[in-house]
Design a protein around this ligand. Structure first.
Ligand SMILES: [Zn+2]
Length: 440
């Protein structure tokens, strides 16, 4: 089919912008991007989809989030909660223990639908449900498959719920990775999920690494998020977190280290030398008051820093906007952060995907997967290759996404999700959430 009648922001440096453009999709991939008149002449007989002047862009990528936190929306926390450690203890570690496999299914359903509604076509999720570990990743993969969203899934291995849950988590990651990382399909991939340094002993890290031995794929782990993480690692192991993880062989191009707020220059050098991905989550970091990641410094050092939402929102446009103003405010320099925010979302998130999926994502060009969106954004100043970044950062939002295509198939048209019964999933979640709130 030919998707046309709108400006195309391709995210492809060789052909960044087409004023009246068209994208040709065949099967799961894009075969051509160019001026609409030219495309129509060279591709006769193709079905034509008219996006009504909306902006055609590549589907967005969320490089770190947690579907399991979905019930937290609107929930009150009644315990006195003063810092990040108490946020974990009073909120997240109470919530995840209550989740059943049915909740895992509902949380994945609502989070992935919310992502599609915000134009996010690829989600890297970090899952936890300590009393429903076995089968949780396949449950999420089944939901993702029904909706039609591309995902990378992992289970958060941790010592905090005892040896039985730890063993189940290790088994869940290894079995799921073996299943999804070795076949032909490219819609769901697995990473080995680790919670964080301060909830994983040396023995647990050894067991996780031993179980992963020989299985393709990296790790997905929180690194130096709270201010207590580095002192904990130094006190228990006599070394900083990134060094500790490097000693276990956890770093590498397939591994995602979320946050890295308190990583020191030696740790940043280790992350760079090992080609490890770092993911910045500005909403979450500000909301949890855990500090500001040195994103400008990280990028200057050549680190591959991507952008995630950490479940604060599903809107990557909003996340990029917050990433910009956070760096400007933190560094006291209004000129800094703009290019960096765009680099995280539109250069580095696609690069991250290249380490997990076979064809290009986050770009509209021949050979890339046909993951794309039409954004109902009406510019009132010139939109061009040069100005597109400014329009994205100051004008666009996830709620403007009108249509979402993943892998060559429409998942949402005119803001209606086509693949699943959204109203039913949201109603079941709305019915279930208050019971979880009451138990907390
Ligand atoms: Zn997280």
């Amino acid at each position: 089919m030919i998707i046309s009648n709108g400006p195309v922001i391709t995210n492809d440096p060789a052909n960044p912008f087409v004023r009246d453009g068209a994208v040709v999709v065949e099967g799961d991939s894009i075969v051509a991007v160019g001026p609409a008149a030219e495309i129509r002449a060279t591709h006769p007989g193709h079905e034509t989809i008219d996006v009504g002047g909306r902006v055609i862009m590549a589907g967005l990528i969320n490089a770190h989030t947690h579907a399991y936190s979905a019930y937290a929306r609107g929930m009150a926390v009644h315990q006195p909660t003063r810092d990040f450690t108490e946020i974990l203890e009073n909120l997240w570690w109470r919530l995840d223990r209550l989740l059943t496999l049915e909740d895992v299914e509902l949380n994945a359903g609502t989070t992935f639908i919310d992502s599609i509604r915000n134009g996010v076509t690829t989600v890297f999720d970090h899952h936890s449900s300590p009393h429903a570990v076995s089968g949780s990743l396949q449950t999420m993969a089944d939901v993702a498959g029904r909706i039609g969203i591309r995902t990378s899934l992992c289970y958060e291995t941790s010592d905090r719920d005892g040896a039985g849950v730890l063993a189940a988590a290790i088994e869940e990651n290894a079995a799921f990775m073996k299943k999804v990382n070795t076949g032909e399909q490219d819609m769901v991939k697995g990473l080995f999920g680790l919670h964080a340094s301060f909830t994983l002993s040396e023995e647990s890290l050894d067991a996780a690494c031993a179980a992963k031995e020989g299985i393709p794929g990296g790790f997905h782990v929180h690194v130096a998020e709270g201010p207590n993480d580095e002192p904990d690692s130094l006190a228990k192991y006599g070394k900083r977190i990134v060094q500790r993880f490097d000693d276990h062989g956890i770093l590498g191009p397939g591994t995602i280290a979320a946050h890295c707020i308190h990583a020191d220059p030696d740790e940043l050098a280790l992350l760079k030398d090992s080609d490890t991905t770092v993911v910045h989550n500005p909403h979450s970091n500000m909301g949890n008051a855990v500090g500001v990641a040195p994103v400008v410094d990280m990028l200057a050092r050549g680190l591959r820093v991507g952008l995630g939402t950490d479940a604060y929102t599903a809107d990557i446009f909003a996340s990029a906007q917050v990433a910009k103003i956070l760096q400007s405010d933190h560094l006291g320099d209004p000129t800094v952060g703009f290019g960096q925010a765009l680099q995280l979302a539109f250069v580095n998130n696609p690069k991250i995907c290249a380490h997990h999926f076979r064809k290009d994502l986050g770009v509209l060009k021949a050979g890339a997967y046909a993951d794309l969106i039409a954004v109902d954004y009406r510019p009132f100043t010139p939109l061009s290759a040069e100005s597109a970044g400014g329009h994205i950062l100051f004008g666009m939002s996830g709620s403007q996404v009108n249509d979402t295509m993943v892998n060559g198939a429409w998942v949402m048209r005119d803001r209606v999700v086509l693949t699943v019964d959204e109203a039913d999933i949201f109603a079941r979640s709305t019915q279930r959430a208050p019971r979880i709130w009451a138990q907390m």
